[in-house]
Design a binder for this molecule. Structure first.
Ligand code: SPV
Ligand code: MG
Length: 295
């Protein structure tokens, strides 16, 4: 019988694929399952979305072990690899090493860390006022992370925030090269512009030194073929399950409050049977047949 690929190998294959790959955000077990069912080959465990679904800010208000608990549900619910948005690694090189060990234990395939300071702030909130991490310190964190992994396929993506923080192309390239040399398996180049100019300029200069990942949240109108033609490796749809859920929950709550009647929403929400299906309730019913004494 053919053995399924490990999640780490699956992710590495996606990152190294010669075709542009797409992964989608999820923030809990249910959304992770929905992303998998839609056919995505991987999941972005977004820091923004995970903190938001807990009702807190994207400033490391949720502790890293709380994130880990959430990730465990996501990983258990799915077969496809998860790339964790690991923020700044939740501390220094030492915290980074412990993070990697815990991620491997929970079957998380990869982690992305960004070159900013703990506690981090979301890139789209006053990005240009945010300080970057010391480059050498961040390189040490990358090396420490790579040294801590026991599975050779585990991937570490280094996220360059130079454009976000207002530094420009030269600094973005300088840092990306340092992180590449430090052992990062890929570079995530982020931009808050509504056009893809920064990330395209970066990729033209970068060439194919290592895979480059992008997050087109702000330059969402860019045709996907532009990313393909420039040779990017991976696109992350970074927060759209959370935003879809928020829009739908707000509509539903308002309609119910207003109408005081379930007819106002019944045909606009998933049937209860669909929730049971997503939970795999049928499996437990079968197990009960097998394991419970017959009455
Ligand atoms: C996230 O999804 O948490 C990210 C991407 O880090 S962004 O919000 O664009 O910074
Ligand atoms: Mg984030």
């Amino acid at each position: 019988a053919s053995q399924a690929l490990t999640k780490t190998r699956q992710f590495r294959n996606l990152l190294l694929s010669e075709h542009l790959q797409f992964i989608c955000e999820a923030h809990n077990g249910l959304s992770a399952k929905i992303v998998q069912e839609a056919g995505f080959p991987g999941i972005w465990a977004s820091g923004l979305s995970i903190s938001a679904q807990f009702g807190v800010r994207d400033n490391n208000e949720a502790s890293w072990t709380q994130v880990l608990e959430d990730l465990e549900f996501m990983s258990d619910a799915t077969r496809i690899p998860i790339l964790l948005d690991g923020d700044t690694g939740y501390g220094n090189f030492n915290n980074m090493q412990r993070l990697i060990r815990k991620l491997e234990q929970r079957n998380i395939a990869a982690v992305c860390i960004e070159d900013k300071l703990f506690p981090k702030t979301n890139s789209f909130l006053k990005g240009d006022a945010q300080p970057l991490a010391d480059m050498q310190e961040f390189c040490g964190k990358i090396k420490a992370g790579k040294d801590a992994q026991t599975d050779p396929d585990f991937c570490l993506i280094a996220r360059v925030e130079a454009f976000i923080c207002g530094w420009g192309l030269a600094e973005a390239l300088r840092r990306a090269e340092a992180y590449h040399q430090a052992g990062a398996d890929g570079i995530l180049i982020h931009s808050a512009l509504s056009v893809p100019d920064e990330i395209l300029a970066f990729k033209r200069e970068w060439g194919n030194r290592c895979p480059v990942v992008i997050v087109p949240t702000k330059y969402y109108a860019t045709p996907t073929d532009v990313f393909r033609q420039h040779g990017f490796s991976m696109v992350i749809w970074a927060n759209h399950m959370l935003r879809a859920a928020v829009a739908s929950m707000q509509k539903t709550a308002r309609a119910l409050k207003e109408s005081e009647h379930l007819l106002s929403i019944e045909d606009k929400v998933a049937p209860v049977s669909e929730i049971f299906r997503l939970q795999n309730a049928a499996e437990l019913l079968e197990a009960e047949e097998r394991y419970l004494p017959r009455g």
